[in-house]
Write a protein of this length. Structure first.
Length: 149
């Protein structure tokens, strides 16, 4: 039986995950879109069409801010808006084929950069990170604060 993980260890893990997220952000190739735009595109890719109000909650920005962002992404051809079939007053935002291609290229470029750095780690560290992959994936799929309200 494994020993229980206590709060200080979990706090250390949280700080390290934050440092890793910052490192990935800093080492990623520059993008013409900000982090909120990239996160919004990723969300649409993973979950399918969303209402602007759902994207607002997910990204914790204002309704006007998200509306403007969606308009810019639509002008760039990365997203499309259509009426919500369940509520004629609402609009659904979806990723276009061009948006999917853009995301695939961003992910490829980021992975290329990160993989290069991962290869510089000792093999035991790479194995440990790979072993943590399922748990990290489950962590990333946890509901955010918008889903807990």
């Amino acid at each position: 039986m494994s020993a229980p993980v206590d709060a200080p260890e979990l706090a250390d893990l949280a700080v390290t995950l934050e440092r890793v997220a910052g490192w990935v952000r800093r080492t990623s190739p520059p993008a013409e879109w900000n982090l909120v735009a990239l996160s919004t595109l990723d969300r649409l890719d993973r979950t399918g069409p969303q209402r602007v109000s759902d994207l607002v909650a997910r990204e914790s920005i204002s309704q006007p801010g998200m509306t403007g962002l969606v308009a810019r992404l639509e002008s760039a051809g990365l997203v499309a808006r259509a009426p919500d079939p369940t509520d004629g007053r609402a609009t659904l935002v979806s990723l276009t084929t061009a948006g999917q291609a853009y995301l695939r290229e961003r992910h490829r470029l980021r992975a290329e950069t990160v993989v290069m750095r991962l290869r510089s780690l000792p093999a035991a560290d790479r194995r440990a990170l790979l072993a943590a992959l399922p748990a990290l994936g489950r962590l990333a799929d946890q509901p955010g604060t918008e889903d807990l309200r």
